[in-house]
Write a protein that binds this ligand. Sequence first.
Ligand code: SAM
Length: 281
Amino acid sequence: MLYVVATPIGNRGDISQRAVDVLRGVDVIAAEDTRHSRPLLAHLGIATPLIALHEHNERRLAPRLLRRLEAGESVALISDAGTPLISDPGYPLVERARGAAITVVPVPGPCALVCALSASGLPSERFVFEGFLPAKGPARRARLGELGGERRTLIFYESSHRIGAMLADLREGFGPGRGAVVARELTKKFETIRGGSLAELCEWIASAEEHRRGEFVVLVRGAEPAAGEDLGEQERVLGILLETLGPREAATLAARITGGRRNPLYRRALELRGEAGEGVC
Ligand code: SAM
């Protein structure tokens, strides 16, 4: 069996009993950084052998681990913090394991995006996780341009050295009045969950060096429908077009007929077709 095990994102008390039992019982733990995970495992009294599986070796190592799994060994996959595969290594191994009919067992636990969303006060029924935005300014702004009309709550990860520039780009891309939340150092001593407009949050982040320290989740309220945008009508037209056309063509035509925006219509078309998650055109 391959176990995908979530570990704490700061507070060691957040490890689950089941995670401890699994980590103690498997033949080997594949850890993103063995030096990082050793202190946690020692604290938990776990002496299971470790092997490093990180973004630079995971494609090479996955077949080897797969052979061990096929030979009947059990493997636990952990990352430095939170849930593996969520902006963390592990996808090639899980993909291959499932392809080889190995049982993959999730052992759920901390995940920064869910933790932040649950306390953000922003709509949580529907949301999109964008992970890290591109590091370079032009690429980042281009991505934000694609996301400007997104109605669902948007969730991003960001590091301390880019948080100021990232918030400034969000303010330019989405407008200074758009509501957002900065969740910093979750589950740790200096946990801060600050809400406000993007303009206010830019000021706040610039106002003290300690505000820029640590790890960040940034959540942005989804876009309001533009004035005069009749969603009911757009959806009705989209529904009719989807009876005979693919999502791309239906969205393009629906946008032309109703004056709506194509990307949100395309996303909606994918949802209606049950194909959400394919990205926008
Ligand atoms: N796999 C992890 C998860 O389940 O959330 C995420 C790993 S990703 C490499 C690391 C990023 O997650 C950080 O740069 C930050 O954006 C976010 N993050 C992780 N721990 C956090 C925390 N305690 N508080 C706020 N953000 C955190």
